[in-house]
Ligand binder design. Sequence first.
Ligand code: 2RA
Length: 352
Amino acid sequence: CRPSLAVVGATGAIGGVMLQILSQHADVWGEVKLIASPRSAGRKLVVRGEESEVLELTEDVFDDVDVALFLVPDEVSAQWAPIAAAKGTVVIDDSAAFRLDADVPLVVPEINPHAVRIRPRGIVASPNCTTLALIVAVGALHAEFGVRELVVSSYQAVSGAGREGVAALREQLSMVAGTELGTKPGDVRRALGDTEGSPFAAPVALNVVPWAGTEAGDGWSSEELAIREECRKVLDLPGLRVAATCVYVPVVATHSMSVHARFENEIAVDRAHEILATAPGVVLYDSPAAGDFPTPSDVVGTDPTWVGRVRRSLDDPRGLELFVCGDNLRKGAALNVAQIAESVAAEFPQRS
Ligand code: 2RA
């Protein structure tokens, strides 16, 4: 019989995308339980075409659950994932709580699918959305050229900061629309006044904000260090040199990144194109003179990492420049978790 599934955080933004994915993908699951905090329990949501009541997150809810997807904040995962795992449930966790735990594999199915099987804590982690947009393309190139260094600048969508991020952008846009703001120092900031409730360190409408996450020491943000540590772990390259600068931009969903990648071997740009054109989870869209390059407003809602502007570095035959876009709520969150879970589900028939 097919493994049972729990979706913890079913009522959140990523939970909503997960329910769509469960309805769209080949159905490998038996019973699917939808779980949320006491505040959201009792709501009815549709999954696989059927209405289902959302259950409250309790210890007992994991009885008879084979695989649980945790789509909840770090502190909720930190508390509840070990409780579910202790009951024998395999946890696939989308939070940052376990990503760098040596006993928890950090899995991107296109890059390190084998890692999912070694999970001493019964927990498998899925990377941050910025890492995910980047790693699918860089990992494919690494397999042939051997990546040694990444210099990354992100253009991150406000939904990375949750529903509050989207609400803040929409509210700020409504306040500046049709004005002449954005022409004098500080005029946008003054016009928006107290941006209470905004998760951003500066106005995000008519602006860009070079700070994502929390202070992580020596001037770095947690988001920047997450890209570094997670790329190292997924690629199994503890010495990979990574310098990231993370920036929020006025985009609702889909993170973009400009990437300078340096490899061990000299780059043949035609071969780089070929690799990207055929790599799983990647779409190469790269005829800039014809206006063909990925942008977040075209990529949003799609599954792959889109890559364009691929060119050899002018001053370094081992360097490649590229621009990537990936939907932070799909591959960047729900889709990668679903893909990991499907690979775990495939283990079940062999067990019985
Ligand atoms: C962001 N990566 O995009 C964060 C969310 N985890 O803001």
